[in-house]
Design a protein around this ligand. Structure first.
Ligand code: GDP
Length: 194
């Protein structure tokens, strides 16, 4: 997909701030520092539209990016090590529930994982959470450039096994450095926007 226009429309903290024009949405979830911002920026050919929103102490928001005026990427706050306090974790959980449970325009979720490592318990929980809401999930196994070519298939297999991935869901090996996986990611995203 050729992205000609990408703009942040709103950083929402609650439901009443979500855009309401009814255009389709693709959400992006992932552990803090996994490479989610780099993934978004690579996909839309921008250096820094999406910023890391996962630094400890930063306000957690759902960031709605309108792409080509026709759909939204919704950047979900990162989970994992940045969530220092129990209170912060609870707030994050409520926000996720509010969004994933009721959002009718949400077509699919991109779950970003680090292909170098086995998915963490947080990754597995996030995947299970999304499946609980019966959402289609596309796993983006990023940082592929950091895994030697002859080990890649093994790493992808481990990602699928640890997540116990549904037969309808797809894992896309990806690198924000080299752009590998970009066309495949766009093709799948497009198929969910129809
Ligand atoms: P976020 O917190 O999930 O948004 O993570 P960022 O996109 O800010 O990335 C975290 C770090 O990983 C940064 O230093 C990026 O440069 C690096 N990074 C992200 N994606 C890749 C990738 O595909 N390959 C490599 N080598 N580094 C990456």
């Amino acid at each position: 997909m050729k992205v000609t226009d990408a703009e942040i429309v709103i950083s929402a903290v609650s439901k009443k701030q979500y855009p309401n024009e009814g255009v389709p949405e693709i959400a992006l979830a992932g552990r803090s520092n996994v490479g989610k911002s780099s993934f978004i920026n690579k996909l839309i050919n921008r250096k820094s539209l999406a910023r890391t929103s996962s630094k400890p102490g930063k306000t957690q928001t759902l960031n709605f990016y309108k792409i080509n005026g026709s759909f939204y990427f919704v950047d979900v706050p990162g989970y994992g090590y940045a969530m220092v306090s129990k209170k912060e974790r609870e707030k994050w959980g409520k926000m996720m529930e509010e969004y994933f449970q009721t959002r009718e325009t949400l077509k699919a979720v991109l779950l970003i994982t680090d292909v170098r490592h086995e998915p963490t318990r947080d990754d597995v929980q996030m995947y299970d959470f999304l499946k609980y809401y019966e959402l289609p999930v596309i796993v983006i196994a990023t940082k592929l450039d950091k895994v030697p070519k002859n080990k890649r298939a093994q790493h992808i297999k481990r990602t699928k096994q640890t997540l116990q991935i549904d037969s309808n869901d797809v894992v896309i090996p990806f690198s924000s450095e080299t752009g590998e996986g970009k066309d495949e990611a766009w093709a799948l995203i497009r198929s969910f926007l129809k």
